[in-house]
Design a protein. Sequence first.
Length: 141
Amino acid sequence: MKKINIMIVDDSPADILLFEESISELDFIQDLEKKTSGKEAIGYLLNVLEDPSKTLPNLIFLDINIPVMDGHEILGILKSTEEFKHIPVIMLTTSKDEKDVMKAFKGYSSGYIVKPDDFLQMDVAVKKIKEYWMNASRLPS
């Protein structure tokens, strides 16, 4: 099975750790980039474009509730930048607000997942993510 690169953008170290622990058990990740702000994430992606030895992520998981530049703003930048618009962005957030869901999909998000509360629920969610993105769907190269 081909392994993929993932980026998660979340300001909560606990949420990043929970995601990382769940995803690491499934052995389909080549690299997991962890960023805690939109500025850091966009900066990293721009640096990847300048360094041919680096690879853009195949999937980006993005929290909405991030200080300074929220997830919707980051999504807008990603989807309006030619070099990034092909990368699927999945909102992974605590917000259950229908306005956030609509705004995410209107901004061309590829999915919206409400963060599970514990490891077991996150584990189930990550298995479904793997099944969809690695088996049912085809990611761009």
